[in-house]
Design a protein around this ligand. Structure first.
Ligand code: HEM
Length: 406
């Protein structure tokens, strides 16, 4: 474990993870940028700075398009981690232009507002079915019964993953996502490497099948783009599929349960929502702001920048605190108050700039669908026990959310 810092920010402390928001307030009051020794990163807590940095081309999610590890003053990852990095580094989230632009253009066709609108009835029907089953059982675990199966089924359906294989996705995703926490352990890395090898092999086989026998799915679409214009390499295709499958459910699962846990802790707000379902769209946005599902995103400094008089040199790493930006009183009136009617809500939960979440319209449809189904079919839904929080800081979530319906 890394040495603690004099900042109260401590992503390995369960108490901090349970409620990081007071520490964020202290960080914002103390200044605009803070060097954090344990991870050797520059923490940025203010909304205006996070928002500007996300759009600043002097920063990047990778530096490999411009520098070698050595030129950038960084040690290359150990060779035994290579399968994880090969997979991760060829997905658009970890690429910069021009590769990022090329891949994003191909993929974004599948996530246009029109395509997502066409999916909406299917997403609603699925949400309804899942909630009906929960109601028939008298309750269960909101995480495993509704929050998880909905986005997993939707993204798997879009990519054409056979139904029988969908159970494989969650464990692979969880093992790979362990690497996005700060200072992951060797054990976490070993799990991520194993999952990367298995997931890649699985997709290569599926891609070979689709190449022989194309379907209506996104994998077949991306193969066709590849075969026609050679605009995606095989590795980019595999990495893109993994990114879509993981990003396509991981944060939505957490946003659903974090959101409902926040609602249960604010009974007056929940009662207002139950009385007026037209609040669902603003409620979804407010819950994404109030308990931010992805708390921190990193960028490399490719060319020196200056924040509030502090020069942050090329080679440094910035950690933008999304949860803090979303609670910045300079932007949100009474940020610590959950207000499901909040209209002026420029939260940053889906990021900004060139990596802005490609799945945001789909995530919104999914979150609204499960919320509406739960409000309609389980109007007395309540927690059966205090949920246990996952120890992770970056990807914020619960281990489960036991509920009863009456
Ligand atoms: C509540 C749910 C979700 C949240 C909070 C979320 C959040 C984010 C954030 C913050 C980023 C950008 C990270 C950065 O700037 O470094 C991102 C990127 C991305 N997200 Fe989402 N996401 C969600 C759901 C989805 C869904 C449903 C998909 C479906 C495919 C998806 C696919 C992606 C992809 C492909 C990227 C990479 C975009 C790029 O690099 O250009 N996300 N997401």
């Amino acid at each position: 474990m890394a040495a603690r810092s004099d900042l109260a920010f401590d992503p390995w402390d369960p108490e901090f993870v349970a409620d990081p928001y007071p520490v964020y307030a202290a960080l914002r009051a103390r200044g605009r940028v803070h060097h954090y020794e344990p991870t050797n990163q520059w923490l940025v807590p203010h909304h205006a700075d996070v928002s500007a940095l996300l759009r600043d081309r002097r920063l990047g999610r990778t530096y490999r398009h411009r520098f070698t590890h050595e030129e950038f003053g960084r040690t290359p990852p150990p060779p035994e981690h290579e399968p994880f990095h090969t997979l991760n580094d060829h997905g658009m989230l970890d690429l910069e232009p021009p590769d990022h632009t090329r891949i994003r253009r191909l993929v974004s066709k599948a996530f246009t507002p029109r395509t997502v609108r066409r999916l909406e009835p299917y997403v609603r029907r699925l949400a309804d079915e899942l909630v009906c089953r929960l109601v028939e059982a008298g309750g269960g675990d909101l995480l495993t019964d509704v929050a998880e199966p909905l986005p997993v089924a939707v993204i798997a359906q879009m990519l054409g993953i056979p139904e029988a294989d969908r159970g494989l996705l969650r464990p692979w995703s969880a093992d790979i996502c362990g690497m996005y926490e700060l200072n992951p352990s060797e054990e976490t890395a070993a799990r991520a490497v194993r999952a990367s090898v298995e997931f890649s092999a699985y997709l290569r086989e599926l891609i070979a099948e689709r190449r022989k026998e194309p379907g209506e799915d996104l994998i077949s679409g991306l193969i066709a783009a590849y075969d026609e214009g050679e605009r995606l390499t095989e590795q980019e295709l595999v990495s893109t599929c993994v990114l879509l499958l993981n990003a396509g459910h991981e944060a939505t699962v957490n946003a659903t349960v974090n959101g409902w846990w926040a609602l249960f802790r604010h009974p007056a707000q929940l009662a207002a929502l139950r009385a007026d379902h037209s609040l669902v769209p603003t409620a979804v946005e407010e819950l994404l702001r109030y308990d931010t599902p992805l708390q921190l995103f990193e960028r490399w400094v490719l060319d020196d920048i200056e924040i509030d008089g502090t020069v942050i040199p090329r080679g440094a790493e910035i950690a933008m605190l999304f949860g803090s930006a979303n609670h910045d009183p300079a932007v949100f009136a009474e940020p610590e108050r959950l207000d499901l009617t909040r209209r002026d809500n420029p939260h940053i939960s889906f990021s900004a700039g060139i990596h802005y979440c490609i799945g945001a319209p789909l995530a919104r449809v999914e979150l609204a669908a499960s919320m509406t189904a739960l409000l309609r079919r389980a109007p007395a839904l309540r927690p059966a026990a205090e949920p246990e929080r996952k120890p992770n800081f970056v990807i914020r979530g619960l281990k489960g959310l036991p509920v009863v319906v009456a």
